[in-house]
Design a binder for this molecule. Structure first.
Ligand SMILES: Cc1cc2nc3c(=O)[nH]c(=O)nc-3n(C[C@H](O)[C@H](O)[C@H](O)COP(=O)(O)OP(=O)(O)OC[C@H]3O[C@@H](n4cnc5c(N)ncnc54)[C@H](O)[C@@H]3O)c2cc1C
Length: 591
């Protein structure tokens, strides 16, 4: 039913956090503990957010099992990012990591333990000692369910701190005044179909990734890029959207993730000849090279006819680890392999293919999580808006994220944004600013058009068309021709998104309405991705262009900033200067 403008219910909070994953809940905890009134919105019950699916670990240079330092962690992250990561943010994250992890330990997170009682740490892709010399054990793990342990710990702490959860509420649009300040959101209560205005002195986007714009994805179905859509519609840029990570080991045909922790524990990739091919591509780190590197190597093996079975996948062998290690350290992986690949990894190898997994780009922020924009070469911070977690580009991951650096990013920047809100906004005691009716109308009109349309495009058809186009045009290896065709394919779907239609107009738990609203966000992410990718004429990290196989530091050591209106692009220099140490200058990336 169409929402009635005059009677729209309103609620007021100091802070509205959109998203109850690791990032949102680490931030809300900081806020609630400081006595602020905090509303946390989530499309699903908080502990069902995608963070729960994280398997392998969270990185921190604790040095429990091999000598380590935050400085080596920083070097690995800069190199892993192919020098597109901002070195001030990377230094901040790597320095904060041990404290952030000890804090979780003290919150009660059930990490695996070493015999001496310290946190268990496993090797992971691109994690090295002494600037690339050899693998290091840096990934703090709770078996292969680290995200599950983290998310449940944070949820319980939030309940104790009296955070107010709005479960099965979908945020729709950011509300801005004429000065451009953000004053809250509109949101749909799924149970009733009612739309609310949630007024906030600060709004935090923590909506996670958008991996569901691809057909084959390791991501949860709810990962549709809503925060990115909201930011784009409100006129804010999306940064570095050309960089998407393919995880090397998705189960072939199913997409479900097999953690890199399997290779951390000693698992190896084999081609049809039984050859451990990573020894050829990365002689030092082998199977533990960063993900962009391993995914490209696998793709190459498959293209050159050395794929297994029907030739479309390679296999991950782990039987040599022994039944005991597999059952203790990788119990969920065994379950996934049995259920989704019909193999028991204690005896047989798992068929795997590179599968879309993670967005390195997102809503641009500084190290306090404040959203930044760019105009005429000048960077400005947006009043009242923060972004954290996978939906944000802080940018610590640059062109390629290292495994276990995302869970770390959530807790470091979730906390830092929370602290920044508490410390730098004493004016929060003041009244809420008034929200222009036009901002509310924009959002209600968008929904009302959907509600009242009596004919048009089916949501599932348009959603599928986006996913198929992304899968076809934006793969592990790209060409300019294919990317430009991808831009056209996605732009040609935009009018269809503007005429989405669903038959069932009932209010209560109407999933057709929710899916249609999600597709309006997916299209923005797909437009940003194809356009940004078609304009970056170099290969860097996860953006591998056949026409331009080399990295071009002269022209491309800069971040892409995409604006929805007119699909306009702007650029921003990479922050090469760390906070306190010397910069790591770009060099060639071998492993
Ligand atoms: C299978 C898998 C395994 C992974 N393993 C690891 C690992 O071992 N280590 C690692 O570092 N990283 C890992 N990652 C990456 C990491 O888990 C994610 O990047 C991270 O958990 C994202 O957290 P987040 O808090 O940003 O968002 P999420 O956990 O995705 O949460 C997003 C939240 O936003 C809410 N939301 C979204 N849109 C709306 C809306 N419109 N209105 C209201 N609420 C909304 C959702 O309901 C949800 O609560 C893995 C990812 C996957 C998919």
């Amino acid at each position: 039913m169409a929402a009635v403008k005059n009677s729209i219910p309103r609620r007021q909070f100091d802070v509205v956090v959109v998203g109850a994953g690791g990032a949102g809940m680490r931030c809300s905890l900081q806020l609630a503990q400081a006595g602020l009134s905090v509303a946390v919105l989530s499309k699903v019950f908080p502990t069902r957010s995608h963070t729960v699916a994280a398997q392998g670990g969270v990185s921190a240079s604790l040095g429990n099992m091999s000598e380590d330092s935050w400085y080596w962690h920083m070097y690995d992250t800069v190199k892993g990012s192919d020098w597109l990561g901002d070195q001030d943010a990377i230094e901040f994250m790597c320095r904060e990591a041990p404290n952030a992890v000890y804090e979780l330990e003290h919150f009660g997170m059930p990490f695996d333990r070493n015999p001496d009682g310290t946190i268990y740490q496993r090797p992971f892709g691109g994690h090295t000692a002494n600037f690339g010399e050899k693998p290091v054990q840096r990934a703090c793990a709770a078996a292969d369910r680290t995200g599950h342990a983290m998310l449940h710990t944070l949820y319980q702490r939030n309940v104790a701190a009296r955070t107010q959860f709005f479960v099965e509420w979908m945020a729709l649009d950011l509300l801005r005044n004429d000065a451009g300040d953000v004053l809250g959101v509109t949101a749909l209560e799924m149970e009733t179909g009612e739309i609310y205005v949630l007024e906030a002195k600060q709004t935090v986007l923590a909506t996670g990734g958008a991996g569901r714009i691809w057909a084959a994805s390791t991501n949860a179905f709810i990962n549709t890029g809503d925060g990115l859509g909201m930011a784009a519609r409100a006129g804010f840029p999306l940064q570095d959207m050309e960089f998407w990570q393919f995880h090397p080991t998705g189960v072939a045909g199913a997409g479900v993730l097999i953690t890199e922790g399997v290779r951390g524990e000693g698992g190896i990739l084999l081609n049809k000849d039984g050859e451990r091919f990573m020894e050829r591509y990365a002689p030092t780190l082998k199977d533990l090279a960063p993900r962009d590197f391993v995914s490209r190597s696998m793709d190459q093996e498959i293209k050159e006819g050395r794929g297994c079975g029907d030739g479309s996948y390679v296999v991950l062998k782990l039987d040599h680890l022994g039944a005991e290690t597999i059952q203790k350290r990788l119990p969920s992986i065994r379950e996934i392999a049995i259920k989704f690949a019909n193999v028991d990894p204690i005896k047989d190898p798992i068929p795997v293919v590179p599968t879309i997994h993670y967005q390195m780009g997102g809503i641009p922020t500084n190290i306090y999580g404040q959203v930044v924009s760019v105009a005429n070469g000048q960077t400005t911070t947006v009043n009242g808006l923060y972004a954290i977690g996978e939906c944000a580009a802080t940018s610590v991951h640059g062109a390629n994220r290292l495994g276990t650096n995302s869970l770390l990013d959530l807790i470091v920047f979730g906390r830092s944004a929370g602290n920044h809100i508490v410390e730098s906004h004493p004016e929060r005691q003041h009244a809420h600013q008034s929200i222009p009716e036009s901002a509310i109308d924009f959002s209600l009109d968008r929904v009302n058009k959907l509600e009242t349309r009596t004919d048009g495009e089916k949501t599932s058809d348009v959603g599928n068309a986006i996913r198929v186009a992304m899968q076809h045009h934006c793969g592990v290896f790209r060409t300019l021709d294919l990317l430009n065709k991808g831009v056209d394919a996605i732009e040609s779907l935009a009018p269809q998104v503007d005429s989405l239609y669903f038959k069932d107009k009932s209010k209560v738990f109407n999933t057709a309405r929710i899916e249609a609203l999600e597709v309006t966000n997916m299209i923005e992410v797909a437009r940003a991705t194809t356009k940004s990718a078609a304009n970056r004429t170099e290969s860097r990290g996860a953006h591998a262009l056949n026409d331009h196989p080399d990295r071009d530091d002269v022209n491309w050591l800069r971040h892409t900033m995409w604006f929805s209106e007119g699909s306009r692009l702007d650029y921003k220099p990479v922050q090469m200067k760390p906070l306190t140490v010397e910069s790591f200058p770009p060099k060639s990336r071998t492993f």
